[in-house]
Write a protein of this length. Structure first.
Ligand SMILES: [Zn+2]
Length: 294
């Protein structure tokens, strides 16, 4: 999955530090993240500064990845340092922003199948940059916010309001009926592949209640024996996904919510479609069910 980046691990603690020329830059716009044209590689600060003449852009510390000392050394990665620090490029405006020669912009979601830790770094950077972009002004009094020097937060100098990054919890439910799994397909355009029932946790409910409610709302099915599988940070949509399995309780007749789904079908364990990539908890759960592990 996207968060499984061994032998690396993500250290998300905020550090009040300035970038070094060798640190990496996460430069995101609506067109995507800046990568080298011929390889999935982020620019280092030195490369990025040589191109970015704009004085309305600042580099903000984001996070770092560290290679665990006890992890076995992969020969292909043997030349990498034991720590990589990432800085987010934040700009006041994207107007007239060009892509430098030798570089390209790619949607972070397109990086999902790549080897770790780039997909996780890009997805987390997208989550952070959207948050920074939406926190320019105080939601309480309207004053311009400023960045905290001590923690990952935005402060209002006028009313004292403090804004922290927002993470939206959502549930993913693998509904099973003996050797069958319920697969769904979103109704929205461009949703080509099967997924599992999923939805956001609403105000005032537990993740377990959200799971039962989403299954009922989207498919009209009742569930029982809800069991926690695992969780996953999914910066591409700013969420923390919480995965469950559940058994069908009663009738298997689907009553589809066509505003959300175009399809919901029972598929036997040995007839499940192949998973295009295993970066998401949804695909991981489908694969594990097909192997008899869920
Ligand atoms: Zn305020």
């Amino acid at each position: 999955m996207i968060q499984d980046i061994a032998p690396w691990r993500l250290d998300n603690a905020f550090l009040p530090i300035e970038p070094d020329v060798r640190d990496l830059v996460l430069d995101l716009t609506a067109e995507g993240i800046l990568l080298a044209e011929n390889e999935p590689r982020l620019p280092c600060v030195e490369e990025w500064r040589a191109w970015s003449p704009s004085d309305n852009t600042s580099l903000i510390y984001a996070f770092r990845v560290i290679r665990d000392e006890n992890a076995s050394c992969d020969e292909d990665e043997g030349s990498l340092a034991d720590e990589r620090r990432f800085f987010l490029a934040l700009r006041d405006s994207e107007a007239s922003l060009s892509v430098p020669e030798g570089w390209r912009r790619t949607p972070p979601s397109a990086l999902r199948p790549l080897p770790s830790p780039l997909p996780l770094a890009a997805a987390t950077a997208l989550h952070l940059s959207r948050w920074y972009d939406a926190r320019r002004f105080c939601g309480r009094c309207g004053s311009a916010l400023r960045r905290s020097e001590r923690e990952r937060a935005m402060l209002c100098p006028a009313c004292g309001n403090v804004e922290y990054p927002v993470i939206a919890p959502c549930v993913i439910v693998a509904v099973t009926d003996k050797d069958r799994l319920l697969l769904t397909r979103y109704a929205r355009a461009g949703a080509p592949r099967f997924v599992l029932v999923a939805g956001f946790v609403e105000i005032g409910e537990t993740a377990e209640q959200a799971a039962a409610r989403e299954v009922m709302e989207e498919t009209g099915l009742k569930i029982k024996r809800l069991r926690y599988v695992g969780s996953q940070p999914w910066g591409l949509s700013g969420t923390l996904a919480i995965g469950f399995t559940a058994e069908l309780d009663g009738s298997d007749r689907v009553c589809l919510d066509t505003s959300e789904l175009s399809e919901a079908v029972w598929v036997k364990r040995d007839a499940l479609p192949p998973c295009p990539d295993l970066s998401s908890l949804t695909m991981d759960m489908i694969l594990r069910f097909s192997r008899g592990e869920l």
